[in-house]
Design a protein. Structure first.
Lengths: 215, 290
């Protein structure tokens, strides 16, 4: 307990950074992932191929390597200056969007063919059909796996600790510098993560029940 | 499946798709060209940056480090499968005495970030006098985390079998263990095999976290080599090569999964899973990896 009271500032600021990191990259990857999913089901083969390549590459690369690229290799390319925090957001967004894309795409698959056919018969364009008919239904069946992806993202933010972002994982470095009890400190970090994850799981179960489409 | 969403294009639509294709190609090419130009401009394509690939010692060391990654993967995978089997059995048990603790363990280890677990083993446990090598910390954390996920996969597989299977087995006079081992498990395992393998892909990718707690695997070696001034600090070429290696390893495993899935579909003994539970677990876990 003493670790927690002695370092309450550290814990507070670190978890705030974690939550910032999580929220920013969650929004980013939701947007990018949905766009990618739309590309993957589009009638234009080139766009499909581009999105598929992106997803295959990113899904099979360890997140640590994506971080590695943005922390060490990317600055050498001198494209756009990113501080470690923005680098972490970019890495998490790029990585997670590949998974979001897969989840949304499989959600689109669960929408019955008749829905798309009916909207075509009504004369909706492809974009209208996706935006007004298919995606709203797909999103519902997609909620549980989507929240799981976001939970994974929340846990993945810890990787940023290895690349000089002062978030929850980095607490251990400060504690070890100051010779505090590492076991107690890290156990607290673990407990807080469990506390952060549980509400998300509850939201997931609630939404699953409320939003499930009866077919 | 994509043909579901649109009709066979007519003349107007074909023109529209053609325009979209041209714009798409232009955008992708422009992006690639820009990145390529940045690479060129910052001197990443200079021969000096790639020279390190020609040294035999470096090639051998690279292979050794791939071996280190695969060692952590292999041991972690075997242990995780065992852990998963034990705790899945615990969660499926009819006795709350076994079920409750298994539930707690699985849910707990699934909620903690893998890296924090590695930190706990590597930096935390020495506080109470247990010293651990980075390798042991990596393998142990991989076992606990992926084992919990696998337990969930096994459980979902067994749960989603048609109830008639278990009922018929009981009707034949089998005991609980017999029903599980002889009837339910073989079918569940066969149906969930692709999912299990994709979880193993996740495990393979997770070994890269060992880099952060100084386990000397592939990424760690890339960092070391990238700081060598005599090769011109070839961090960008190294990232590309290492990414290629990881992607190749993961794709091989993924192909194994797709191959098994295809073979499954031909196999008449495989039962179509009934409810969507299994599917949801599959989807949910496809992303839990780091």
């Amino acid at each position: 307990m003493s670790v927690l009271t002695n370092y309450s500032d550290l814990f507070l600021s670190a978890f705030l950074t974690t939550i910032q990191l999580f929220l920013l990259s969650a929004v980013g990857s939701l947007v990018l992932g949905t766009v990618l999913a739309m590309l993957r089901v589009s009638p234009v083969p080139v766009l499909r191929a581009a999105a598929t390549t992106y997803v295959t590459l990113l899904r099979n690369t360890p997140l640590t390597l994506v971080f590695f690229f943005f922390a060490f290799a990317y600055p050498l390319l001198k494209i756009l200056e990113l501080d470690p925090f923005m680098g972490a957001v970019t890495a998490l967004t790029l990585y997670t969007s590949a998974f979001i894309c897969e989840v949304v795409r499989s959600g689109i698959n669960t929408v019955p063919v008749g829905q798309a056919e009916a909207s075509r018969a009504l004369g909706l364009t492809f974009g209208q059909m996706l935006a007004n008919v298919v995606l709203p239904q797909a999103m519902r069946s997609v909620v549980p796996p989507l929240v799981s992806t976001l939970i994974a993202l929340l846990k993945n933010t810890t990787v940023a600790a290895g690349f000089s972002v002062g978030e929850a994982g980095a607490i251990s470095y400060r504690l070890s510098e100051e010779g505090a009890n590492m076991l107690a400190g890290l156990s607290w970090v673990a407990v807080f993560f469990v506390v952060l994850v549980i509400p998300l799981t509850l939201v997931q179960r609630g939404l699953e029940k409320r939003w499930s489409v009866a077919r | 499946m994509s043909s579901v969403l649109f009709d066979v294009p007519g003349p107007k639509a074909r023109v529209r798709h053609g325009i979209a294709a041209v714009v798409g190609i232009a955008a992708v090419v422009a992006l690639l060209a820009y990145v390529g130009y940045r690479f060129y401009d910052s001197g990443q394509f200079e021969p000096r940056m790639w020279e390190w690939l020609q040294y035999e010692t470096i090639q051998i060391q690279l292979l050794e480090k791939i071996g280190a990654t695969l060692r952590a993967f292999a041991l972690g995978a075997v242990l995780a499968l065992l852990f998963g089997a034990v705790f899945a059995a615990g969660r499926l048990s009819e006795h709350a005495f076994w079920r409750a603790p298994s539930n707690v363990v699985v849910e707990f280890f699934r909620a903690i970030p893998l890296l924090i677990m590695m930190f706990l083993f590597y930096y935390g446990l020495p506080t109470v006098g247990i010293k651990m090598s980075p390798f042991a910390a990596v393998v142990l954390a991989l076992m606990l985390y992926n084992g919990s996920v696998l337990a969930e996969i096994f459980r979902a597989g067994v749960k989603s079998l048609p109830r008639g299977q278990a009922e018929a087995a009981y009707a034949l006079g089998m005991r609980k263990t017999q029903v599980m081992v002889l009837v339910l498990l073989p079918q569940a395992l066969r149906a969930m095999l692709p999912t299990i393998i994709s979880q193993l892909v996740v495990l393979l990718k997770d070994t890269a976290l060992g880099f952060i707690i100084t386990y000397e695997e592939l990424l760690y070696y890339a960092r070391y080599l990238g700081s060598q001034a005599q090769f011109g600090r070839p961090l960008v070429p190294l990232t590309i090569v290492v990414a290629g290696i990881y992607i190749a390893m993961c794709l091989l495993l993924t192909w194994l999964a797709t191959y098994l899935e295809k073979r499954n579909r031909r196999n008449k003994r495989v039962i179509e899973l009934e409810n969507k539970d299994a599917e949801n677990v599959v989807l949910a876990n496809s992303a839990t990896g780091v």
